[in-house]
Design a protein. Structure first.
Length: 58
C-alpha cells in the first residue's frame, strides 16, 4: 500500500503498518461525488471548490 501511495505522490507516516491500509484511497468515496449529491438534494449548495493539501488523523 505504501508503494502505491508513494507512486501518487502521497507521503504516509504511521506508528503501525496496519494503519496505512485503513487510509487507502479506494476506501473513500470521491468528495466531489458526495458534494454533487448533497447539492442536488438541496441539503447544501456549492459555493467554492477547495483542494485538499493534507490530512491529519489522530
Amino acid at each position: 500500500m505504501q508503494k502505491e501511495l508513494a507512486a501518487k505522490g502521497i507521503s504516509v507516516r504511521a506508528t503501525q503498518p496496519s494503519v496505512i491500509a485503513e487510509e487507502a484511497p479506494s476506501v473513500y468515496k470521491s468528495s466531489e461525488d458526495v458534494v454533487d449529491v448533497v447539492h442536488q438534494l438541496g441539503i447544501a449548495r456549492k459555493v467554492v471548490r477547495l483542494l485538499p493539501i493534507g490530512v491529519a488523523k489522530g
